[in-house]
Design a protein around this ligand. Sequence first.
Ligand SMILES: [Zn+2]
Length: 446
Amino acid sequence: MRAKKSVLGRVVYYCVVVLLLIAVVQAYGLYKENNFNEFLRSELKMGYSEFKRDDEITYSDMASYRITNSDFNDALFSKTVKVTPNTPYKVTCMVKTQDVVTEHEPSLGGAQIVISNTVEKSKPVSGTTDWTKVEFYFNSKNREEVDIGFRLGGYDDNVKGTAWFSDFILEAGSSLTSTDWDFACFFFNQIDAVANSKGEQKRIQTIMQDADYYTMQEDMERFTRTCTELSGGLMTAEFDMFRIAEPITSLSYDESNGYYVGAKDVFKQIEPYLQQKEYDHIFVCIDLGSANDDQATKTTKWIGLGGMDYLQIGFSNVHIPRDNKEYLYHFAYNRNEFPEEVFIHEFLHTLERNAQENGYTIPELHDNAKYDYEENSVTGLRNWYAAYMTQTIQGGQGLPKEVYQTKPVHASDLEYTYTLRDLDEPANAIQELVGSIKRLFQITNT
Ligand SMILES: [Zn+2]
């Protein structure tokens, strides 16, 4: 009996050990699969996204970070890192996608690197792709920390599918000092798009004339000289002009401005040119036809729209209306001696925004009347812009001269960098445990 009991005891003992081992292995597996270290997970619609670590689909030794959106959603994992103000940064990672589709078309959503709660983002990856390197450049502006996110979604769109992220690198460059701006001016020959108007769809088809192209080119030439002149030499400007044959097939819309051409509407057409050279600002010359004719608000009668951005590059629309405003864009003595005004005005909206985002309090670009600058029928608001650009509005107000250095961050700004360790995988088990306990299973709303 004793022997039997002892055999039984041993069997029970081994069973318990095996069960414990299985439990430990399972717990470890669960832990590994859910361990997002110090990244905080968030999603727009709770329960539609799954965040997992994946040690089968990997780019390197590390288990990749996988997000699966079972339905259209905006999901990201992010980490707040300390940054030095007014410094260019670059975040790099490897991304692989499967069946990633956006809810709207066209869209700048997808798998991408972003700063959460801002419009700052990298180019998106969508569809089904093998491991692809994604680079995201940003300027810290006046911030001392930013929340860097790896997103399957978008600032203004939702996304479905799976994305894997791996090998995160954060680099800092030295502060930007150049005040030489490169402008890209895209002249679109055609728009063929559908606009929704009061519940009805109307087709907008416009075709530009050769003469329009030459007019815009002349105005851009004047614009570059005028930038230097009005800023009192605080900046210089150069430009390249591109004539795009492929039509614009979609328009963006917002309540206060009506229809306009947003970054996503021309991404496909202009991105190849932006790969060739590091441009600091983008103008898009278009004829919106009757798109805004029946919009109720007065502001939809705009000829220029600015303060927008194209992946951290300032982005403006210049609209050429058909209703034959003969001298609008043409130089003529005593009639219009400032035909490049719209280009100056829209570019200044970008500088105005840069200054504000860098923490400066400056007069609004539209507040000329408040400071007693009246529009002149021949020279427009030229004097106002000159005062604005040289900070000589009464009491020394206007754009701070530092704003001329707030150009978009480009690859060449990060040739000589130092790598920050903030996005590294934990180097040892204790670090890993501390990071994961902090964040384990923590998912919040974006
Ligand atoms: Zn304006």
